[in-house]
Design a protein around this ligand. Sequence first.
Ligand code: NDP
Ligand code: OXD
Length: 313
Amino acid sequence: MTILLAISGWDPDAWLMRFRALGGGREIRLIPDIGDPAKIDYVCAWKPPRGLLAALPNLRAIFSLGAGVDHLLSDPTLPDVPIVRIADPDLTMRMTEYVVLHVLLHHRRFKLYDASQRARRWRDEGDPAASDVRVGIMGLGVLGQAAAAALRALGFQLAGWTRTAKSRPGIETFAGDAGLKPFLARTDILVCLLPLTADTRGVLNYQLFQQLARNGALGGPALINAGRGDSQIEADILRALDDGTLTGASLDVFQQEPLPADSPLWTHPKIFITPHNAAQSDPKALTKYVLAQVERLERGLALENVVDRKRGY
Ligand code: NDP
Ligand code: OXD
């Protein structure tokens, strides 16, 4: 059995070493050294070159090395084999850390205290209790549910917005187009953990920001996006921050990555920026997960966390 690693945008060496160490006798190849394409059974991929997977005639499954699969589904030539995505406690915990950190940065008005420190100014901003702050999470999947549980433990009021109706203890739930308006109207800190699909492209826009709660304990709403950059309209985020529609933003993902050096987002005083590493895929933790799925396939068991291509996630 042969596994091809098709990785771009990340350093592939740690993946190669890990797959070779744990691969159990399977041959591990790394692009561009594909060898005989007919010999490749599985591809483990992050942003693979377009058209590459279509050129592998005996491919049995594709393993996304991230939770998101837009990097695969955007290739119109993608062969019709099962796609498995990452759903692993290591990646989930990393995202929970990011979301909790950034909710707290906005809740505790970190930018204001940072400015005060630089000005040697002793000023208490009168931070509200977490129980007075309403967090709304767009996407209550593997990552959204874990982040919601951690935020609930800190006392925040939680709501989630999903495509299909859900019931989750301790979380007010809203679904679909009809649920979006009431979800936004009760949200002080909006967290986006949506996959990128035709429906979620551009969803974080000025019109949506205007529907967020304006009567909250923070004096105005904040945005946190760790889903996908193409779900946000960056010009609209800047406009909303400049006219007070938003009080702050944390952005981990961008319409163009890496974020160009001349982007005005870099220097905006109300924005926290991280380089799409809210929940990094760690080869140390995730290679085991991928190989366990390969083993399931080889033993005739059902694959887990298979992507529904029609839904797009
Ligand atoms: P899941 O597939 O488990 O969950 C996706 C959630 O989004 C579901 O609750 C789903 O609703 C909801 N959703 C999808 N489409 C819509 C829609 N049109 N309207 C409303 N809700 C919708 O994904 P994960 O939680 O594992 O991951 C989410 C995303 O996070 C990934 O796709 C990726 O883009 C991003 N990510 C970012 C990382 C980073 O480092 N920045 C790292 C890892 C992931 P329903 O429950 O009804 O299906
Ligand atoms: C992912 C990511 O989808 O890192 O896992 O963005």
